[in-house]
Structures are given as C-alpha cells and as structure tokens.
Design a protein around this ligand. Structure first.
Ligand code: A3P
Length: 272
C-alpha cells in the first residue's frame, strides 16, 4: 500500500527523498488539493502531504534546499515527486527561485473562472473567520467600496491571471507550464488527469474506476488501493448567492485580463 509506505518514518530500501520534478504552483482555490490527491493515484507519483511554502515564504527559503528536500516523501527512482503550494502562482519571488533550483522543471497550474475563484476565496476566509470567532462581512460589502469595485481586494488581485502569468513567462517557456482546467476537473476529472500524465511523460495508469461521484458531497471522490475517500469538508463548500449586478461588475472587470491571458497562453477558456 502506497500511502502507508510513504508515511512511514523509516526509509524503505531503495528509496530516497528527492526534490520535486513537478510543482503545482496554484492557483489558490483552483482545485489544487483535488489535482494533487487525484494524481497521487498514479503508481509513479508521490506527493508531499502538506503545503511546503518554500519558494514564497522567505523564512522557509532561507533554510535552504536540504530543508526543502527533507520535507519530501520517500520515492523510488522511477517515481516523480510532486509538491503543491497554491501561493507560488501569485508570489513575486517564486518563479525566479524555482528556476534557480531547476530551470527545466515541469509546472502544473490549475485555474478556474476568476470570478468563481474570488467567491471561493471569500468563502474560505469567511469560514476561517467564523471558526476563530472573528467578525465576518458580506461578500458585496468587501467587493464594492464607495459604489465601485474594490480592485485592491486581495482575492480580486489573485484572480488577475495575466499579471501573474507574465512573471512566470519571464523565467519559463510556455511549454513547461501545463494548465489544468479546474472547472473540467470538477465535472469530469479523468480526461484532465490523462493530459497531465502525457505532460509528465508517464504511462497512462489513472483509470475511470479511480473515481466515483458522491451524491452527498456533490463531487467526485477517489478510489485507490481498495479505499474510498472524498476531499476534506472544506473542499467543495456551498458559495453565497451573489448580487447579480456585483457579479456583472466582476465579469466585466476580468474580461480584458482574461483575453490578455488567453493570448499569452495561446488557449482560451469559457470563463464569463
Ligand atoms: P470550493 O470549495 O469553493 O467549491 P483548492 O484545493 O485549491 O483550495 O481548491 C478548492 C476547490 O477545489 C473547491 O472550491 C472545489 O470547487 C474544487 N474541487 C475540484 N474537485 C473537487 C473534488 N473532487 N472534491 C472537492 N472539491 C473539488
């Protein structure tokens, strides 16, 4: 059993801890956890259990590459190690730092409609604040300030994919960054995962039998090694119903950025 194997503290014979050959760089709330967990089904993939924040947090980056490696799971030589930290995509330092480590690395980026991403981001913060008994605000009260869109809102900034992508493309070739469609991963995960297998030059091992739709959760869950599991309850939470005028304002704000992003990557999505 793969997961038992790698959670063990003792090193299984023939394995070692390796620096990731692939990193899921984001975007926050794009479906990064689902992508990582679904890829973990592949026998040639091992994943770091937690978000490492090596390239985006200075205090971690200062600890050096050996510290980073020490957080990776044990792997066999024919296996690819994957780490995911959604904050990398929007971090000013991450592209250059990752390039310094491995200029030919393959990067995975999962994106979804930027407006949906803002609402998902808000929903996560909303629940975090509720849990720590902090005051919460309505979505509309954060997004609209003095009658205009509050473009300084961090969640809106994070959805400006063109601006972030431009930084990555200063350091990496477009063909080193594979973009996963987060909306499609929700509705029909297998084809998106098969594209990733091809991008990583891995044999096709992820099967439709690895997924089943869970009616209660309303999302696909994972079947692997004879076990069935869904993502944590914080993944796939219901979103607030947003005022339609505010929605339109968000759509129209992102439209130009999306168009620029599509030109940058020579591909378009059916975002609003
Ligand atoms: P919501 O909770 O807003 O619906 P991340 O892991 O990057 O934080 O992304 C979380 C998002 O992953 C969820 O956002 C959800 O829409 C999406 N997701 C994709 N596939 C999923 C799955 N099989 N189960 C649960 N959430 C999934």
């Amino acid at each position: 059993n793969k997961s038992e194997h790698y959670s063990a503290q003792v090193r299984p014979p023939g394995t070692s801890r390796r620096i990731p050959q692939t990193i899921i760089i984001g975007v926050r709330k794009g479906g990064t956890r689902a992508l990582l967990e679904m890829l973990d089904v592949h026998p040639n993939i091992v994943v770091a259990a937690t978000e490492v924040h090596f390239f985006d947090w200075d205090e971690n980056y200062m600890k050096g590459i050996d510290w980073y490696r020490s957080l990776m799971p044990f792997s066999y030589e024919n296996q690819i190690t994957i780490e995911k930290t959604p904050g990398y995509f929007t971090s000013p330092q991450a592209p250059e730092r990752i390039h310094d480590m491995n200029s030919s690395i393959k990067l995975l980026l999962i994106l979804r409609d930027p407006t949906e991403r803002v609402i998902s981001d808000y929903t996560q913060v909303y629940y975090n604040r509720l849990e720590s008994h902090k005051p919460v605000q309505l979505f509309e009260d954060i997004v609209i300030k003095n009658g205009a869109l509050n473009t300084k809102y961090k969640a809106i900034q994070r959805s400006l994919y063109d601006i972030h992508m431009e930084r990555w493309l200063k350091h990496f070739h477009l063909d080193q960054i594979h973009i996963v469609d987060g909306n499609t991963l929700i509705k029909d995960p297998l084809p998106e995962l098969q594209k990733v297998e091809r991008f990583l030059n891995l044999p096709s091992r992820i099967m439709s039998s690895n997924f089943y739709f869970n009616q209660t959760k309303g999302f696909y869950c994972i079947r692997s090694d004879g076990r069935e599991r869904c993502l944590h309850e914080s993944k796939g939470r219901p979103h607030p119903v947003v005022n339609s005028t505010v929605l339109e304002q968000l759509y129209s704000y992102f439209r130009e950025h999306n168009a620029k992003f599509y030109r940058m990557i020579n591909h378009s999505f059916d975002w609003h």
